[in-house]
Design a protein around this ligand. Structure first.
Ligand SMILES: NC(=O)c1ccc[n+]([C@@H]2O[C@H](COP(=O)([O-])OP(=O)(O)OC[C@H]3O[C@@H](n4cnc5c(N)ncnc54)[C@H](OP(=O)(O)O)[C@@H]3O)[C@@H](O)[C@H]2O)c1
Length: 190
């Protein structure tokens, strides 16, 4: 896909990103805000107990990072209003149904508005407990897919490109993933 057509695709799109404090998600969000400022909106899921903590994590662990320096220089004093317009932090946890999003009006708005879902949330700890890893990397991914299906039912187009999606009217769901090999410890799966 040519860069021009990617930029065109992203224009006026609403994008839901999980794992927003993580390495890949941060790079993805910064890049799009920089090269396609006409993106409509990001909803960023951050592991947090409530909206206030999610907003704090967004400020301290995402936007406040050195990675956003170029964007800060570009927007100067108007960066805060640009971010407020384009980025909504969402408190949640993908281990739970509905990704643990408790704010029902925000949930409703997101379920209605989102065009594209990117699931970067994962435990990338090689020595994670098996039940915790299963809850995040397997069941969490399932919860995100379920969300995509619910979004399908609310919109004409589906945000999921999962090959099992029966609707086949998909726009984009992607999950960045690496399968880690274990097997050194008893009880762990390969
Ligand atoms: N990094 C790479 O080069 C690379 C390459 C290919 C594929 N991948 C895959 O891409 C994905 C992301 O990688 P990464 O390097 O960005 O990982 P990372 O830096 O470890 O970030 C993981 C993110 O997931 C969040 N998270 C963990 N559990 C969560 C939960 N239950 N609910 C919501 N959020 C949760 C973490 O939030 P907290 O801050 O709250 O912990 C963090 O923001 C992984 O699946 C990885 O295997 C990575």
């Amino acid at each position: 896909m040519e860069l021009g057509s990617i930029l065109q695709f992203l224009e006026d799109k609403t994008i839901f990103v999980t794992g927003a404090t993580g390495y890949l998600a941060k790079i993805f969000v910064e890049k799009i805000l920089r090269v396609q400022p006409k993106v409509k909106k990001f909803y960023l899921l951050l592991r947090a107990a409530d909206a206030k903590s999610a907003a704090e994590r967004l400020r301290d662990e995402v936007i406040g990072k050195e990675l956003f320096r170029v964007l800060r220089e570009k927007h100067g004093a108007s960066l805060q209003s640009f971010i407020s317009e384009k980025v909504t932090p969402v408190a949640g946890d993908i281990s739970y149904e509905d990704l643990g999003v408790k704010d029902s009006s925000l949930k409703d708005e997101m379920w209605r508005e989102v065009d594209v879902v990117l699931n970067f949330a994962a435990t990338t700890d090689f020595d994670e407990r098996y039940d915790v890893a299963l809850g995040i990397n397997t069941l969490g991914a399932l919860h995100v897919l379920k969300l995509c299906k619910e979004m399908c039912q609310r919109k004409d187009a589906c945000p999921c490109i999962h090959r099992l999606c029966v609707r086949r009217r998909c726009r984009a769901y992607t999950r960045a993933t690496i399968s880690y090999g274990h097997g050194q410890k008893r009880g762990q799966q390969n």
